[in-house]
Design a binder for this molecule. Structure first.
Ligand code: FAD
Length: 451
């Protein structure tokens, strides 16, 4: 009889793993059963802000593969089935059918936990009011749509991280009056240094967003169960629609309850092959902690880019291959209207907090030859180790064409390069794409001259 791989969670990590296993093993060799508590599999949560903003025209276009399409490939996907417990000794999971309420024990030979993460929702009074939501699923996007159809005009976004920024942009594009309330003094305070974040704040204000920094939310006021205002330390902010974007926590409770190791970060502990500390149990995606290549620490960086890669790595290993996940640098990119915002490695603040003798060097440059139409200003901040000149991190804020330059710097970081080495790299040039000295080369050269 074929052995059975059970997967808990049917989105990016889980279904990438299932697909990879199926590429390498037939149904007769390894049965795959994936339990997913929602009705959907393999959809792009990353596209949700653009669906809300009207750039993506239909929810269906965010679905990469439906349950039926997975089944046609020999993956037994069971939606509306929630795994309630893992019994390590018996090698079973307790599965609850959310339609019938029935529970059953399902045997596994190998188990993959890919339960993702949940949005952080403080226990603020009034948080259950209608109109207060997160943007994590297609159902959430549908709820926003309903509120807009019902006449919502004033939106408050709580939290100015990536998702807060993207949602604020989307709601603005839909013609809403948008306020962003943030406890810190700048947007993206967790991922950018303050000097770079200032440009983002300026762009948000210029677009018409009412920014309330240094403002703590304490709850919500409702009328007839429907939100009317966000209560803050600086007074109420009226709202018909509130989107909370305060970051995420790994869904590691099932693992913890089964005795599978969970780290201080809150993520499930895995090795580079994505094995947990418990035989035959593997984990991948937003629910795990990853090795940070710059600090050596175990961190949770909940991003789709990692979930998909980890899914493929763990799938290869589950099918008998040998693959390793190389760790994370914290590379990320987003945009606000025409402003592109990207980072990799450590910010100056993070580097100093990690005990490194770091210096930040900022360079202003142009995305194209200055005479070529569409040249956009951009700013690159290099974070460098004093003395050795080792690149520790970089941040970019600028117009079209600025953001993806971060990938050159991520490659340099991945390979432990110094800024002097980066300054000498053979990067492409033609006027429509860059000045003769690409901004990356300019920034690295400037940093090399001061460290
Ligand atoms: P998830 O996608 O969360 O999937 C986990 C699945 O497990 C869920 O479907 C859940 O229903 C199911 N599940 C959980 N517990 C159980 C259980 N007990 N039983 C059965 N099923 C269970 N990342 C980027 O890299 N770039 C971006 O631009 C980006 N933008 C984003 C924008 C938004 C609005 C959001 C919400 C996320 C964004 N991300 C982005 C993050 C990215 O979507 C996630 O990192 C990725 O989806 C994680 O995949 P995962 O499979 O680990 O977890």
């Amino acid at each position: 009889m074929a052995k059975r791989l059970v997967i808990i969670g049917g989105d990016a990590a889980g279904m990438s793993a299932a697909t990879q296993v199926r590429r390498m093993k037939t149904v007769a060799e390894l049965e795959i059963v994936a339990f997913e508590r929602s009705t959907r599999t393999s959809y792009a949560a990353c596209g949700l802000p653009y669906l809300v903003g009207g750039l993506v025209d239909s929810p269906a276009s965010l679905v990469a593969r439906t349950p039926e399409q997975h089944r046609a490939k020999g993956i037994d996907v069971r939606t509306r089935h929630e795994v309630a417990a893992i019994d390590v000794k018996a090698s079973t999971v307790t599965v609850r059918d959310l339609e019938s309420g029935q529970e059953s024990a399902v045997h596994y030979d190998e188990l993959l936990i890919s339960t993702g993460a949940s949005g952080i929702l403080p226990s603020w009074p009034g948080i259950d009011a209608k109109g207060v939501l997160q943007l994590r699923t297609l159902d959430d996007a549908a709820a926003v749509e309903q509120l807009l159809a019902a006449g919502a005009r004033r939106a408050v976004v709580v939290g100015a991280g990536y998702i807060g920024l993207e949602v604020a942009e989307g709601l603005l594009q839909r013609g809403l009056q948008v306020t962003v309330v943030e406890r810190l003094d700048a947007p993206m305070g967790a991922v950018l240094d303050a000097d770079m974040a200032t440009d983002v704040a300026d762009a948000m204000r210029a677009a018409g967003i009412d920014l309330r920094f240094g403002t703590a939310v304490s709850g919500f006021t409702a009328d007839g169960g429907r939100v009317t205002a966000v209560a803050t330390a600086a007074g109420p902010v009226e709202a018909d629609l509130v989107v909370i974007g305060l970051g995420v926590r790994p869904n590691a409770e099932l693992a913890r309850a089964a005795g599978v190791g969970v780290g201080e970060s809150g993520g499930i502990q895995v090795d580079d092959h994505l094995r947990t500390d418990t035989p035959h149990i593997w984990a991948a995606g937003d629910c795990v902690e990853s090795h940070h290549r710059m600090t050596g620490r175990s961190v949770v960086v909940a991003l789709g880019t990692h979930a998909n890669k980890q899914g493929r790595v763990v799938g290869t290993n589950l099918a008998g291959g040998d693959a390793a996940f190389g760790g994370v640098l914290g590379t990320a990119i987003t945009r606000f209207n025409d402003m592109e915002i990207a980072r990799t490695g450590l910010t100056e603040r993070e580097a100093k907090a990690a005990g490194l003798d770091a210096i930040g060097v900022t360079t202003e440059a142009s995305s194209r030859a200055h005479y070529y139409p569409g040249a956009e200003p951009m700013k690159i901040k290099m974070v460098v180790e004093r003395g050795s000149g080792r690149l520790l991190g970089a941040q970019i804020v600028g117009g079209t064409g600025a953001g993806k330059r971060i990938d050159v710097l991520a490659t340099a970081l991945w390979n432990g390069m110094t800024v002097a080495e980066v300054a000498g790299m053979d990067l492409s040039y033609a006027p429509p794409f860059s000045p003769v000295w690409d901004p990356v080369l300019l920034a690295a050269g400037k940093a090399a001259s001061v460290v």
